[in-house]
Write a protein that binds this ligand. Structure first.
Ligand SMILES: [Mn+2]
Length: 238
């Protein structure tokens, strides 16, 4: 039986409308899972809904309110959504506490980091000092990998991808800054931006800064990530 995978979505506060790129659902389905989109209802009820699922995927979206990691808003901070922030951060902390498999994508890696007490660069272009300057907001099509990511030897992500250097797409201006336990940074771009975090203490808790769901049809190695996640979910007990 296909494992049931909850997928968080975006929430347009002005239009009062939830929305999600279908690629997230298609990628989970292509990897053998059954996708379920999670609405923004009462936070406690979202956790009780999640307790019936086999895993949770946190998706892309806007910026996280820096209040969650003890900072004032930087002038380059984008739009924040308090409803989505509160629900996702609580849900992620619950999932980690209950060892529910978690995959974070783009904003999702940031949600995972912040939920465990980590911090973010609110804007890497102005806050990250590096000799290598990569444009992490590509204008090339989403399926096209624009920069490299070096994966930590022996990490879960390198064993999933079967390589220690991969190429990824990039659609972000924020990034994980300080990683809090149980996470470790296990993948970085050439300018030092953290692009992968993972926990060795959990069944499956991996966050990636890129968008594998937009790549997997052109670059099949990206399906390996969804397959590893779905496989871990299929062994989790709801
Ligand atoms: Mn990037």
């Amino acid at each position: 039986m296909r494992p049931l995978i909850g997928i968080t979505c975006d929430y347009d506060l002005e239009a009062d409308r939830i929305q999600l790129h279908s690629d997230y659902c298609r990628a989970i389905y292509a990897a053998g899972g059954l996708p379920v989109v999670l609405p923004y209802i009462d936070v406690e009820d979202v956790c009780s809904l999640a307790s019936r699922l086999d895993g949770i995927m946190f998706t892309g979206g806007g910026d996280i309110d820096p209040h969650y990691f003890g900072e004032y808003p930087h002038y380059a901070l984008g739009q924040v959504n308090p409803i989505r922030d509160e629900a996702e951060i609580r849900l992620c902390a619950w999932a980690m506490d209950n060892d529910k498999p978690v995959l974070g994508i783009c904003r999702g890696i940031q949600v995972m980091s912040v939920a465990m007490g980590g911090t973010l660069y609110q804007d890497i272009a102005t806050q990250l000092k590096s000799e290598v300057t990569i444009n992490h907001r590509q204008t090339a099509p989403g399926w096209h990998p624009i920069h490299g990511v070096r994966l930590e030897p022996g990490s879960r992500i390198s064993s999933i991808m079967g390589q220690q250097h991969i190429r990824v797409n990039s659609f972000h201006h924020q990034a994980v800054r300080e990683v809090a336990p149980p996470f470790c940074a296990t993948g970085r771009s050439d300018d030092g931006v953290i692009e992968v975090i993972e926990s060795r203490e959990h069944t499956f808790a991996v966050g990636v800064q890129w968008h594998p769901e937009r790549m997997y049809r052109h670059h099949q190695n990206m399906l390996l990530l969804f397959k590893a996640f779905v496989e871990a979910c299929s062994m989790s007990k709801p």
